[in-house]
Design a protein around this ligand. Structure first.
Ligand code: 4AD
Ligand code: MG
Length: 461
């Protein structure tokens, strides 16, 4: 473990013989020496390796080593005469584990488009960009657990297979073992008693409702798991399978919810800035100019709070033309979210109190009976990154809302029970994990921040 390249590049020269394992990025031959750049995924930088061909019996094996090959070098770290690195490995031996024939290996030294790399998702983590994304993604998930653990939230595992539609939006993947070419029917309707669970089941769209159950016992909880939405959105920020973090807090109103969301986002941004410096410098320079500098600014400034009604005023009082018309009652589109965050406020904006018609059934109804205690955190470049709300904790109001929306209270019996026994104001939110990785790295397309993206008509690998 101590021989990971991330440590070696900053180590002092030493006479101690070490092994370095990794994949060849480049090879350069001269008469007596062979120069390699080797990478093991621990950092962006490669380790330079120099091998003396004249004295070694390795000239035969060296001819088989090319970009992409896996090797173990043995040698000592010496001071490097080059100005790009402090040390290099003076190798005296090499083991070639696996060749990567140059005539077929797709990742040659030139730059490849991200679209092309998506087609070779089994090889793309060997590139600078995708490996940097993987490291930042890893650090972000660690930071997320750290934040909630430090705050004494309990991590709850909510089910992936679920019988309820947590968002009431019907965008679910059905889970069934019934034979699709011979579905058992009873008077023309599907006989679910013959299905695996004995009733319709689906992949979860959110762990929120189950998280609420645990919040009603453990006070502050969070989930962090995969979520699935069968929405036909072919955009750069939608996945059919994505990861979500959902904290839920009892004895908490919308104000507390917004405060936690802001503190939490700033904590994880800060963590990445401090722990992924080299990778962030790479994104800052090559992927999205100034992305790291922008994050630092976000961390230092308070988020803007903006009721939906005021957001509509901002959007209707500008001369700017939008593709989607704006009026009170319409949902905010990505272009509107960008306008508010990038042009009006130049900061993250928390929009609150949306019309009830465009939000989920579980959000607490305001006294105006028109809006709900919702809050979406919008960020520049991306738009919505967090969706949350105070929950409707009043039994009678919740049953009325289910009724209005044509949802069957029987399907939500246990959710209603929580309002019958020891109900309390509570609130929470969902952070789209892949979106936050996208925001932090500045990557344009969400398909490039998750190892194996699942989108409409695409589930390769
Ligand atoms: O706004 P959403 O739908 O909220 C919920 O699911 C609530 N149950 C959360 C809660 O209050 N506990 O989704 C939350 C976040 C969005 O803000 C977005 O960042 C992300 O999840 N998200 C997606 N990310 C990628 N692809 C998709 N198709 C997404 N849909 C939502
Ligand atoms: Mg939302």
């Amino acid at each position: 473990m101590q021989n990971r390249i991330v440590h070696l590049i900053d180590a002092d020269p030493s006479e101690t013989r070490i092994n370095v394992e990794g994949w060849i990025r480049t090879k350069r031959d001269s008469k007596n020496f062979c120069f390699f750049e080797i990478n093991d995924g621990s950092c962006l930088k490669n380790l330079q390796v120099i091998l003396d061909k004249s004295t070694s019996e390795l000239s035969e094996v060296i001819t088989h080593i090319s970009t992409g090959a896996s090797v173990t070098f043995t040698g000592i770290l010496v001071e490097s005469p080059g100005k790009n690195q402090k040390v290099e490995l003076q190798a005296e031996d090499v083991i070639l584990h696996g060749e990567a024939p140059a005539d077929t290996y797709p990742l040659q030294k030139k730059r490849h488009s991200l679209e092309f790399l998506r087609e070779i998702a089994h090889l793309r983590p060997r590139t600078n960009t995708i490996s940097a994304v993987a490291r930042v993604r890893n650090s972000l998930s660690f930071a997320i657990h750290s934040y909630f653990q430090e705050k004494e939230f309990i991590y709850v595992h909510t089910p992936i297979v679920s019988a309820s539609d947590a968002e009431g939006a019907g965008e679910m993947f059905q889970v069934t073992t019934l034979p699709l070419d011979d579905i058992p029917k009873d008077n023309g309707v599907v006989d679910y008693s013959k299905d695996f669970f004995g009733k319709p089941a689906n992949l979860t769209v959110s762990g929120q409702l189950e998280a609420e159950i645990y919040a009603m016992a453990l006070k502050n909880v969070y989930t962090f798991g995969p979520t699935f939405r069968a929405e036909n959105s072919n955009t750069a920020r939608h996945l059919a399978e994505f990861w979500m973090i959902e904290p839920e807090m009892a004895f908490c109103t919308l104000e507390g919810d917004m405060a936690v969301a802001e503190e939490f986002l700033k904590y994880i941004f800060n963590y990445v800035l401090n722990h992924c410096e080299a990778d962030m410098a790479f994104f800052n320079k090559w992927v999205q100019k100034g992305v790291a500098d922008g994050l630092k600014e976000v961390v230092d400034k308070p988020f803007i709070h903006l009721p939906y009604t005021d957001a509509i005023k901002e959007l209707t009082s500008t001369k700017k033309e939008f593709e989607f018309p704006v009026s009170w009652g319409a949902d905010l589109q990505s272009e509107h979210e960008k306008f508010l965050t990038e042009e009006v406020f130049k900061a993250p904006v928390i929009v609150t109190d949306y019309p009830k018609e465009i939000k989920a059934f579980y959000m607490k109804l305001n006294d105006d009976e028109k809006t709900v205690r919702a809050m979406d955190v919008l960020v520049p470049r991306l738009g919505e990154i967090i969706g949350g709300s105070e929950r409707e904790y009043r039994y009678d109001v919740l049953t009325r809302r289910l009724d209005e929306l044509g949802l069957d209270p029987k399907d939500y019996w246990w959710y209603l029970d929580l309002r019958k026994y020891g109900s309390v104001p509570h609130a929470g939110f969902g952070l789209g994990f892949d979106r936050v990785v996208q925001y932090v790295t500045g990557m344009q397309n969400i398909r490039d921040v998750i190892p194996f993206p699942r989108t409409v008509h695409n589930a390769e690998f």
